[in-house]
Ligand binder design. Structure first.
Ligand SMILES: Cc1ncc(COP(=O)(O)O)c(C=O)c1O
Length: 375
C-alpha cells in the first residue's frame, strides 16, 4: 500500500501553532515538532466517523485503547505492559511536570540532560526544584549527583540530538539510579521514530524489574502519527505506590481525556503499522536531501540523528550575528538552539514533503550566499 507524503498540506489559517505565528509573512515554518504531512488514513477514517456522528461528550478510555497500546508495546519494543500500570494523561509535558510534583519534596532536585527539549530544560525552574545539567552521554553520570538529587529526567530518543539509548547504557543508568535512590522520569515520546536501520527502541523500564519499579515512562501517539493537537498520552507506572500518588496529584488538575484523541490513538496503534514504516522511509529520504545540501556548507556541524524528524545543526562557524533571525529574514523559521541550552545550534524540522524541505533549504542557502558565507 502506498501513502501520500507528497501532496502539499495547506495549514495557513487552520489554528496551527506552527503556521499561525508567521501567517502574515512569507515564511516556511520548520520549527515546532509536528509534521506537515497528513495522518494515517486509518486515523482519518476513525476521526471522520466520530465527527460524522456529531456527539462530542466526555471521553473515557475504552478497553480497546488499553489493549491497542499494550499490543503496540509488545510488538514494537518487546515490552510486556500491564493494563493496571497505565495512567492516561492529556500530554507528555503535563505528565513529567506532574511526576515532579507528585514524587519530589521541594528540596529534592532533578538531573536533566543538556541540550534538551525546552520544557524538560525548564522543568526544575518551573516546579521550583534544584536542577543539575548532565551530559547526554551517561557514562560518568554518578559524578554529577548531589545529595539532594532525587530524580533523573531522561529523553529517549533524545530531542534535539536524535540519540537512541542502547540497552547497555540504560542498564548502567538503572544500576546508578538504584544505587543512588533516584526516580527516573523517561520521556519516550519519540520512541517510534527510529530512523537508523537495525536500531530498536528500548524503554528504560523494560531493562529490569528494579528499573520498572522506580520509573515512569511517558509515551504518546502524537509525534508518530502527527496527532499532537488531539492531546492523548499515557504514563506507564508499574510501581503501585508511585502510581497511586501520581493519580492523587492529578485530581482536579488534569482534564478528562480528549474524546477525539482517544479515537485517533486507538486507530493509530491498531492499524498504523504500515503507514509508520512508509513514513520512516520518507523521513530517511528527507535526511538524504538535507545531507546533500550540507555538502555545500561544510562549516555547518551535523551528526545524522538516529531518531526523530529534527536535525540539530551547529551554525557557530558561520559567524552569523543572529542565525535564527538571518534565516527568518530569508523566509525560514527554525528553532533556536538557545532554548535547548546551546546557542551555537539551530534545530530544523524535516517532517514535511520533500518539496517543502527543498524550498526551505534553497532559502537557507540564499541567506548563506548573501551573508558571504560561501561564494
Ligand atoms: C521530548 C518531547 N517531549 C514531549 C513533547 C510534547 O509532548 P506533549 O505534546 O504530549 O505534551 C515533545 C514535543 O516536541 C518532545 O519533543
Amino acid at each position: 500500500m502506498s501513502f501520500d507524503f507528497v501532496t502539499p498540506v495547506e495549514r495557513k489559517n487552520t489554528a496551527s501553532l506552527k503556521w499561525q505565528r508567521y501567517e502574515q509573512q512569507d515564511v516556511i515554518p520548520m520549527w515546532v515538532a509536528d509534521m506537515d504531512l497528513t495522518s494515517p488514513p486509518v486515523v482519518q477514517e476513525a476521526l471522520s466517523k466520530a465527527v460524522a456522528a456529531g456527539v462530542f461528550g466526555y471521553g473515557e478510555v475504552p478497553q480497546g485503547l488499553n489493549q491497542a497500546f499494550i499490543d503496540w508495546c509488545a510488538s514494537q519494543y518487546n515490552w510486556q505492559v500491564e493494563k493496571d500500570w497505565l495512567v492516561w494523561i492529556p500530554g507528555v509535558v503535563p505528565g513529567f511536570n506532574l511526576a515532579v510534583e507528585a514524587w519530589l519534596k521541594p528540596e529534592q532536585g532533578l538531573l536533566v540532560q543538556s541540550p534538551v527539549y525546552p520544557p524538560i530544560r525548564v522543568l526544575g525552574q518551573l516546579r521550583k526544584r534544584p536542577t543539575l545539567d548532565m551530559p547526554v552521554n551517561t557514562s560518568k553520570l554518578a559524578s554529577y549527583l548531589k545529595p539532594e538529587t532525587s530524580a533523573l529526567v531522561l529523553c529517549n530518543p533524545q530531542n534535539p540530538l536524535g540519540k537512541v539509548y542502547s540497552r547497555k547504557e540504560l542498564e548502567k543508568l538503572a544500576d546508578m539510579a538504584e544505587e543512588n535512590n533516584l526516580l527516573v522520569i523517561s520521556d519516550d515520546i519519540w520512541s517510534d521514530l527510529i530512523l537508523e536501520p537495525g536500531l530498536r527502541h528500548v524503554p528504560y523500564a523494560s531493562v529490569s524489574e528494579t528499573a520498572a519499579q522506580h520509573s515512569v515512562t511517558l509515551m504518546a501517539p502524537s509525534k508518530t502519527f502527527n496527532i499532537a493537537g488531539l492531546s492523548c498520552a499515557v504514563a506507564v507506572i508499574p510501581n503501585p505506590e508511585l502510581r497511586a500518588s501520581y493519580r492523587k496529584k492529578m485530581r482536579g488538575l488534569m482534564p478528562d481525556m480528549n474524546y477525539l484523541g482517544l479515537v485517533a490513538a486507538q486507530a493509530a496503534w491498531q492499524g498504523g503499522h504500515d503507514w509508520l514504516a512508509a513514513l520512516k522511509v520518507h523521513l530517511n529520504a528527507n535526511l538524504a536531501i538535507l545531507e546533500d545540501w550540507l555538502k555545500d556548507f561544510p562549516q555547518i556541524g551535523y551528526q545524522r540523528p538516529q531518531a526523530t524528524f529534527v536535525a540539530w545543526l551547529d551554525v557557530s562557524a558561520l559567524q552569523l550575528t543572529n542565525p535564527i533571525q538571518a534565516f527568518l529574514d530569508g523566509g525560514v523559521a527554525l528553532s533556536p538552539g538557545e532554548a535547548y541550552g546551546k546557542n551555537s545550534h539551530v534545530r530544523l524540522n524535516f517532517g514535511c514533503s520533500a518539496t517543502q524541505l527543498q524550498q526551505a533549504l534553497q532559502r537557507m542557502a540564499k541567506v548563506l550566499y548573501n551573508e558571504g558565507v560561501i561564494n
